[in-house]
Design a protein around this ligand. Structure first.
Ligand code: GDP
Length: 412
């Protein structure tokens, strides 16, 4: 199933999301990662009744756990997109390794505890992501816990992170009775009530209709205040359409003027599918990111995420595994094929790319090539160290140290 889903994906940078999950220890990063890998291996589709293929398979979850702990990046497929989950630290640490993991992601999900809200540690992680201009969405986790409250957590996001929260869901039920959310864009209810973690879509329950309308209005007002096109529509029609709202939320995410807030309970597998939908809708693809800069012999160069440009990649992690010496690459421009010779530009040494692997939830898949925007692991590099730039020998380039540039805004 997973391999099939991956095979259907094309090598289009626009369909890639390089995602980090940022959280302080205990907020639920491991649980959410596991749930994402599990959910993306299923046949979830909006509004469809399931055919029984999504029953929790604890064996595969255990496998996921093993790989997740050791991999620097894991790929999964969602709604025609490839999501590369990059392992990021759970603690504040300015080591080179941490800096490199933040550098290679294009966007992040920040996890908050539904009881504690923003804690000092989550604030530090947030600020660290600020330095890289990484667009974020927020996920308020553990809504099933006693004392959990989305509104309180949202207020702590506003007060402590100094960013406007754009709440796109209304929880259905509280604490132990938390069963789902109202999607305030589509005004539909998503409920995980069958005990298997599968998501079913339906109309907003009568008891929540008025509150959902009120919350939708609040969302529209908040968006109109920040986004000129949304404001225009709001003034002309005294409402904002779902389409304009979605486009505005995407823009505001990318500029960091607002943060889309979703909620759920990773432990109970509630809220993961809409979170993945939000990742695909709001977080940028490699094409939305500014071109990377580098230099060779004093000459400045720029490289855009174009598969046809000369190859340039950053080796961001090297690890020894049973499969061999794995070098994780973020490809910034061009295409690299297995068997190709590349230049380690800093060391001025050529090396051969042996095999190219995509690390998935429960396996490695060998691929023939990797293109701009993608993250893969390669086997065969003998000396390239983490932090090295690998590039086409005919177009040498050393990538600049991490930049703090904010991404390009695309106004729909
Ligand atoms: P990490 O340190 O951020 O990776 O956090 P973990 O995923 O290991 O979670 C920390 C603890 O919180 C574990 O005991 C989890 O079982 C628990 N946990 C994670 N998500 C939830 C949730 O949604 N609800 C509840 N009640 N507990 C959760």
């Amino acid at each position: 199933m997973r391999a099939n889903l991956h095979r259907h994906l094309t090598d289009t940078p626009a369909d890639v999301r390089n995602l980090g999950i940022l959280a302080h220890v205990d907020a639920g990063k491991t649980t959410i990662t596991e749930r994402i890998l599990y959910v993306t291996g299923t046949t979830y589709k909006r509004g469809e009744v399931h055919d029984g293929t999504t029953v929790t398979d604890f064996d595969s979850q255990e496998r996921d756990r093993g790989i997740t702990i050791f991999a620097a990046a894991v790929s999964c497929a969602w709604d025609g997109h490839r999501i590369n989950l990059i392992d990021t630290p759970g603690h504040v640490d300015f080591s080179d390794e941490v800096e490199r993991s933040l550098r290679v992601l294009d966007g992040a999900v920040a996890i908050f505890d539904g009881v504690a809200g923003v804690e000092p540690q989550s604030e530090s992680v947030w600020r660290q992501a600020d330095r890289y201009g990484a667009p974020r969405i927020a996920f308020v986790n553990k809504l099933d816990r006693a004392g959990a409250d989305l509104d309180t957590a949202v207020e702590s996001i506003r007060a402590r992170l100094h960013v406007t929260p754009l709440v796109v869901q209304l929880p259905i039920g509280r604490e132990n009775g938390f069963v789902g959310v109202v999607d305030l864009l589509r005004m539909r209810a998503l409920v995980w009530a069958d005990g298997r973690g599968t998501c079913e879509e339906g109309p907003v329950p009568d008891s929540l209709r008025e509150e959902s309308r009120r919350r939708r209005r609040l969302l529209e007002e908040a968006v109109a205040e920040l986004h000129p096109i949304a404001l225009e529509e709001f003034c002309a029609e005294s409402a904002i359409s779902e389409r304009t709202l979605a486009a505005a939320l995407r823009d505001l995410t990318r500029t960091g003027e607002g943060v889309v807030v979703l909620c759920g309970s990773a432990y109970r597998n509630r809220g993961i599918e809409p979170l993945l939908d939000a990742v695909v809708s709001y977080l940028p693809s490699p094409l939305d990111m500014p071109a990377v800069r580098g230099s060779q012999d004093g000459t400045e160069q720029e490289r855009a995420a174009d598969p046809a440009a000369p190859f340039a990649a950053l080796a961001f992690k090297v690890s020894s595994t049973a499969t061999g010496r794995l070098t994780y690459l973020r490809v910034y421009s061009g295409t690299v094929e297995k068997g190709e010779t590349v230049l380690d530009a800093g060391a001025r040494r050529t090396e051969r790319i042996g095999r190219i692997l995509r690390v998935q939830a429960d396996r490695h898949t060998e691929v023939d090539r990797a293109v701009a925007g993608d993250i893969v692991a390669v086997i065969g590099l003998k000396t390239a160290r983490a932090g090295a730039t690998l590039c086409a020998p005919a177009a040498p380039l050393v990538l600049e140290p991490p930049s703090t540039a904010v991404p390009v805004v695309s106004v729909a």
